[in-house]
Write a protein that binds this ligand. Structure first.
Ligand code: HEC
Length: 211
């Protein structure tokens, strides 16, 4: 009985906290969103930078075949660590995925990716763009954040045109990703985005602890 009451109280606490955060429209709410945005920017920026740097290093020391594991294992691993530490969902999404299990965008992500491309077409730089919004999905409020991942020259030996991808890499990709759509990119194209989803019921303080 006590246990049941406690559980009910816990879920009410999470629920009420969520509602309070969303319905309070004062400076506290604005501060909360600003802090969520700052933390998300930081995490997304770090993920993109770390991935780029680690890839460059691995490519120059061990070659592109070995570097496959950076994009395949390391990137989802870092995203997973951040997700577990913060209670967020951190993923890389794209409209043309190599791994449909991890990279498929949902409806919001698809719209935002397309918006990033439209804005780039009008001259805006991917490095200056982000998306940030509180949404309600299935009765739950989430803070959502996305940052574009532009294609760099170093990405082309695995995401570029056929003649840019070394034979050994091509064979490995053909073998492991029969549904691969993530080729044919040029430097400067939008490769995808880091997408972060935070339940508003998880307060900011616990997010900061995982940083
Ligand atoms: C050595 C090969 C290789 C290089 C170089 C490479 N990638 Fe990848 N990339 C992969 C593989 C393999 C996957 C599939 C990962 C998985 O299984 O989840 C992938 C997946 C991705 C995804 C997730 C979406 C999807 O298509 O499944 C993004 C985003 C991405 N890469 C961006 C980049 C960027 C940006 C660069 C350059 C900075 C880059 N990659 C360089 C091999 C590579």
């Amino acid at each position: 009985m006590i246990r049941r009451t406690f559980t009910a109280w816990r879920s009410c606490q999470a629920y009420c906290l969520g509602i309070a955060l969303v319905t309070v429209t004062g400076p506290a709410f604005a501060d909360d969103l600003a802090a969520r945005e700052a933390a998300s920017r930081d995490v997304a920026g770090q993920l993109i930078t770390r991935l780029g740097e680690t890839l460059k290093k691995e490519m120059s020391t061990k070659g592109p075949e070995s570097a496959i594991n950076i994009c395949r294992v390391k990137a989802p691993e870092i995203a997973g660590e951040i997700s577990r530490a913060n209670g967020w969902r951190v993923t890389r999404v794209s409209t043309r995925v190599r791994n449909p299990m991890l990279g498929m965008p949902d409806a919001t992500e698809r719209l935002v990716l397309s918006d990033f491309e439209t804005r780039a077409g009008k001259g805006e730089k991917y490095s200056d763009m982000h998306y940030s919004e509180v949404v309600e999905e299935g009765g739950v409020h989430y803070y959502r954040f996305m940052k574009p991942i532009p294609t760099q020259p170093v990405c082309l030996s695995c995401h570029g045109d056929s003649e840019q991808i070394p034979e050994v890499v091509k064979n490995a990709l053909d073998r492991e990703y029969p549904l691969d759509q993530a080729r044919g990119y040029r430097a400067g194209d939008l490769r995808g985005a880091v997408s972060i989803k935070q339940p508003m019921a998880i307060p900011l303080r616990s997010m900061a602890q995982g940083q």
